[in-house]
Design a protein around this ligand. Structure first.
Ligand SMILES: Cc1cc2nc3c(=O)[nH]c(=O)nc-3n(C[C@H](O)[C@H](O)[C@H](O)COP(=O)(O)OP(=O)(O)OC[C@H]3O[C@@H](n4cnc5c(N)ncnc54)[C@H](O)[C@@H]3O)c2cc1C
Length: 304
């Protein structure tokens, strides 16, 4: 279904069985709840639909994946090209022995609870990261001493050209919160492996992680998770605290009082204000400690 109005517009975009929306507001789809529009938002019906669409799409049109928007600032001027969002057809999770296969749109909670039910240990940490498998594979999401690259066997991607490819974990050249996923590639599924574990013990670990999160992070806020990467041997939150930035505000954008590596939208903050607050934190930390913090949050699109 193509929701764009006008024959001229429809004719430049390939046909699809999914949902294609022109000038789609991304704010409702990201945790910060602000930011501009996607030139096009594409929600494919299935993998074949995605492959055909990307194959036939004008090669000049940029493409990016969107998960739950839990690590994103969408700039107020919006995002050029096509933003691909994977819905229910990509949210299935199945197990086979100690292997687990999850669609690129499956949530961390679904992956970890399916692993628990199958007695597969080692994936508990995904319980606490509020993103999708696509986001974990791209970002090397991690918590409590583990990260995606520790448990990922391979990822199935659809390249910008529409070609399908299985990439082994080592081909993604992982480092801390970083992968070398090819530009424009969409992660449609991933295989994980774990160890034999008792479902009750897995549940206890998931409960422990959830309680620890609740105590230390602003989980019900408009936020983007950890704003900056931890520099080697340092904690970003401690440097931010030392630089006196806890609670710092710019409009409705604020450095969280509860966890000062989190930025918050208190209500009507724009993405411009949130990003500018982040830059102010970086400048203050550099002046106070000499450390240049590196953004972990992905900032996409153009300024208003
Ligand atoms: C309260 C809170 C707590 C958090 N705690 C943690 C934590 O403990 N550890 C941690 O690592 N992160 C944490 N995060 C950040 C975030 O959840 C992770 O980075 C997560 O991996 C992002 O997943 P997502 O699906 O929401 O991706 P998005 O935020 O939508 O996108 C992030 C990046 O992944 C890309 N992407 C998303 N889906 C796909 C896909 N299918 N194919 C290709 N590229 C894709 C996007 O293009 C973008 O570059 C937290 C965030 C919040 C809000």
């Amino acid at each position: 279904m193509n929701q764009a109005a006008g024959v001229a517009v429809v004719s430049v975009m390939p046909p699809s069985r999914g949902r294609l929306t022109a000038a789609a507001s991304l704010a409702p789809l990201v945790w910060f709840k602000c930011g501009g529009k996607a030139e096009w938002l594409f929600e494919p019906a299935d993998e074949e639909d995605l492959r055909d669409f990307l194959r036939d799409l004008d090669p000049a049109m940029p493409v990016m994946g969107l998960g739950l928007g839990s690590n994103l600032i969408v700039r107020d001027g919006g995002v050029a090209g096509v933003v691909v969002r994977l819905g229910k057809p990509f949210a299935r999770v199945t197990t086979d022995g100690l292997r687990l296969r999850a669609g690129g749109g499956a949530s961390g909670i679904l992956v970890s609870s399916t692993a628990r039910d199958a007695g597969i240990g080692g994936l508990e940490f995904l319980r606490s990261i509020p993103g999708t498998v696509g986001g974990f594979v791209r970002m090397n999401g991690g918590a409590y001493g583990r990260e995606t690259s520790d448990v990922l066997v391979s990822a199935t991607v659809v390249l910008r050209s529409g070609e399908r490819l299985d990439l082994m974990a080592d081909e993604l050249r992982y480092s801390y919160r970083h992968s070398e996923l090819p530009p424009g590639a969409i992660v449609v599924a991933a295989d994980f492996s774990g160890n034999v574990a008792d479902p009750a013990a897995i549940q206890r670990e998931m409960d422990r992680i959830a309680a620890e999160r609740e105590a230390s992070q602003p989980l019900r806020s408009r936020t983007g998770g950890s704003t900056f990467k931890n520099p080697p041997g340092e904690k970003a939150w401690a440097l931010i605290d030392r630089a006196g930035c806890r609670g710092l505000r710019r409009g409705d954008a604020q450095v969280s009082e509860k966890h000062c590596n989190f930025l918050l939208n208190l209500g009507d903050a724009t993405s411009t204000e949130i990003e500018a607050l982040g830059e102010e934190v970086r400048a203050r930390v550099a002046a106070e400690t000499g450390v240049r913090l590196e953004w972990e949050i992905q900032r996409i699109g153009s300024a208003a």
